[in-house]
Ligand binder design. Structure first.
Ligand code: OAD
Length: 257
């Protein structure tokens, strides 16, 4: 593993690898949205879980125990996300997608900021915070129903004694199968995997870099901190995603076709 720090210049060997890569997979986590003003989950002081245990706020059991608290917490996050904009890292990923022959962005983020920046091939492994689903059937609940039935939480139209809940993956739940299969199929083909802004602590997303590497991909991690992924990454770019991703996008612009 080779670590690269400021002044944000890519080593020549990595530049060559980025230019020659035909198929890219990018895995993102909460760190990519941090510079937009969305706190990450595990920052000890300000992280989203700072006051509560994750299982209290993001599990079916937590919701059953205290639906109002969980619902209000997600409403608070929705309002926070409504106010923020994609940052330079999100925009650079949309540019990288345009430069790559084959590309898939696999995100654990539920905030839609990648799509807002113009990324098109996006797989949401943990769902989307703007969706609402029925606690009992898992079926989607329309925005129209949500506005017509205010509540904290809102009752579900699909089953009696059921509620609307955010369409995100909670602790103890499986990932959406189609999304996970799409990610694995892209990882099986990719020669370059970029991992940005994730602590690498939540499975199964945390195992994807190693999987890609076992299939022969070069793994590049962007994170200001060391993570379990750092140990296996071929390159670790120490710094933030808004610092490094534009450097990579710019590097690819000069690519000869
Ligand atoms: P975490 O909060 O666990 O980790 C965020 C990572 O981003 C940390 O490793 C930070 O060092 C890094 N980071 C912070 N600022 C950064 C920046 N500006 N640029 C790059 N990296 C930065 O978030 P995730 O790994 O995304 O699931 O957490 C995975 C899942 O755990 C989340 O999707 C969430 C949670 O349970 C759900 O809510 C469903």
């Amino acid at each position: 593993m080779s670590t690269v720090k400021e002044p944000f210049i890519l080593p020549q060997a990595l530049q060559d690898q980025l230019i020659s890569a035909k198929s890219w997979v990018v895995l993102t986590g909460a760190g990519v949205s941090a510079e937009s003003g969305v706190p990450t989950f595990r920052d000890a002081q300000e992280g989203l879980w700072a006051k509560y245990r994750p299982e209290e706020l993001a599990s079916a059991e937590g919701f059953a125990r205290d639906p109002k608290m969980v619902w209000d917490w997600y409403q608070w996050r929705r309002e926070l996300i409504n106010k923020v904009k994609p940052n330079a890292g999100h925009h650079a990923l949309a540019e990288i997608e345009q430069s790559a022959d084959e590309f898939l962005l696999v995100t654990q983020n539920v905030d839609s900021l990648h799509q807002a920046a113009g990324s098109q091939k996006v797989v949401e492994l943990h769902g989307n915070i703007y969706r609402n689903i029925c606690t009992q059937t898992g079926r989607d609940i329309s925005d129209e129903w949500m506005t017509q039935h205010p509540g904290s939480p809102v009752p579900s139209p699909h089953a009696s004694a059921a509620f609307a809940r955010p369409g995100v993956v909670w602790f103890g739940e499986s990932l959406p199968q189609a999304a996970f299969e799409q990610a694995i199929s892209a990882l099986n083909r990719c020669d370059l995997m970029l991992v940005a802004g994730t602590s690498g602590l939540v499975q199964p997303a945390a195992s994807l870099p190693q999987w890609a590497q076992q299939q022969g991909a070069c793994v590049v991690e962007i994170n200001p901190e060391q993570t379990p992924i750092s140990a296996i990454a071929d390159y670790r770019l120490a710094g933030t995603s808004a610092q490094w991703l534009p450097v990579i996008a710019k590097n690819l612009k000069g690519k000869a076709y």
